[in-house]
Design a protein around this ligand. Structure first.
Ligand code: PRP
Ligand code: URA
Length: 206
């Protein structure tokens, strides 16, 4: 299922990121802040368990998060969303999936993967700012499923309809969260209007 998150702060920050004159520092800072805002929305329905605790005043029954959360940034650009989400959920464990998209074929290539234990029991959140053709996200979901992950969410900043459709087709069980659903892909596989190459703008390459 697709969730497009609507919030004036999200839209404002994303607009700053879209502007071609925005430099690396402001691009990174806005992405960081958006990560935190999105974390609040995507965790609304996390399961909780009943616990009994003792406050300085009395015993009481209350709730805690039931499941471990594992964040899976798709390298490189996904790293830009980790900090903001960790600020809100400091207990997350972090897997890494290294993928790059071949500029000619647009096919994803795996170059790194590392996971914490218990992927099968955790809520697994894959993060990447860009969902373009969907090839990278579909590959990352395939990879975490091979590790046993069952409860998977995909969190991206900007998505193209083509990418959403590809993920929905390959992995109908995965919820997709976006801050914006853009118009289309161009002939080079870039999202239109989009924000350009997210990895290059985050890390100042090219
Ligand atoms: C970008 C982006 C996604 C992918 C999206 O990464 O961060 O991972 O492209 O495109 P897709 O939906 O068509 O697969 P890129 O391969 O440029 O690597 P980078 O993050 O290292 O820049
Ligand atoms: N990857 C990006 O970084 N940007 C796009 O628009 C498409 C893929």
């Amino acid at each position: 299922m697709l969730h497009v998150l609507k919030h004036p702060l999200l839209t404002h920050k994303l607009t700053q990121m879209r502007k071609k004159e925005t430099g690396t520092k402001d691009f990174r800072q806005n992405l960081d802040e958006i990560g935190g805002l999105m974390a609040y929305e995507i965790t609304r329905d996390l399961p909780v368990k009943a616990v009994e605790i003792e406050t300085p005043v009395t015993k009481c029954k209350t709730y805690e998060l039931e499941k471990e959360i594992i964040l899976v940034p798709i390298l490189r650009a996904g790293l830009g969303m980790v900090n903001g989400i960790c600020t809100l959920i400091p207990t997350v464990k972090i897997a890494h999936v290294g993928l790059y998209r071949d500029e000619e074929t647009l096919q994803p290539h795996v170059y790194f993967e590392k996971y914490p234990k218990h992927m099968d029991e955790a809520i697994v959140m894959i993060v990447d700012p860009m969902l373009a053709t969907g090839g990278s996200s579909v590959a990352a979901i395939d990879m975490v499923k091979k590790q046993g992950a069952k409860n998977i969410r995909l969190i991206c900043l900007v998505g193209a309809p083509e990418g959403v459709q590809a993920v929905e087709q390959a992995h109908p069980d995965v919820d997709i969260y976006l801050a914006a659903l853009d118009d289309k892909l161009n002939e080079k596989g870039y999202i239109v209007p989009g924000l350009g190459d997210a990895g290059d703008r985050i890390f100042g390459t090219k």
